[in-house]
Design a binder for this molecule. Structure first.
Ligand SMILES: [Zn+2]
Length: 149
């Protein structure tokens, strides 16, 4: 397997706040480029601006699935709480099911792009981009181009 030259002294972390904010805005966490998806479920292979390969290793998107699942469960938990408070003291099971059952079907589809880019941001914070993985001007510590916010 061809591994890039790992030289810890050359690897710097990305700024966490900006990186995560870009992920939440469905932008490239490295450079802020916004056109990462050709369609809702079709992501480009590389960032057109910084050349980051989005699927950094095999199985990379399992993290995005985990984020998507956790957010969906969070939405369901909040919705269950709201339904229970609104319906108190009676809990009509059909109404509760009608409100709650669509959530695990619809939420993962709606959250697909943002959970992918957010996971990319988290992954890049845990494993910063290495020389050769993105264009050198976008490596942390190098001067960032003007239009990358
Ligand atoms: Zn980029």
């Amino acid at each position: 397997m061809n591994q890039p030259n790992r030289s810890p002294a050359k690897i710097k972390a990305l700024p966490p706040g900006r990186t995560l904010a870009r992920g939440l805005r469905v932008k490239c966490p490295v450079c802020g480029q916004g056109r990462l998806f050709r369609r809702w479920f079709t992501m480009s292979r590389r960032c057109p601006q910084c050349d980051l390969k989005f699927e950094r290793l095999e199985g990379h998107w399992l993290g995005a699935v985990a984020v998507n699942t956790m957010v969906t469960f969070g939405i369901m938990f909040v919705a269950l709480g709201v339904v229970m408070v609104v319906a108190y003291p009676e809990y009509p099971i059909r109404t509760m099911l009608a409100v709650l059952l669509p959530i695990p079907v619809v939420a993962p589809l709606l959250l697909f792009p943002v959970t992918r880019t957010f996971w990319m941001a988290m992954d890049l914070l845990l494993r910063p981009p290495e020389p050769g993985e993105i264009r050198s001007e976008f490596l942390p510590g190098n001067a960032e181009p003007e239009n990358s916010r």
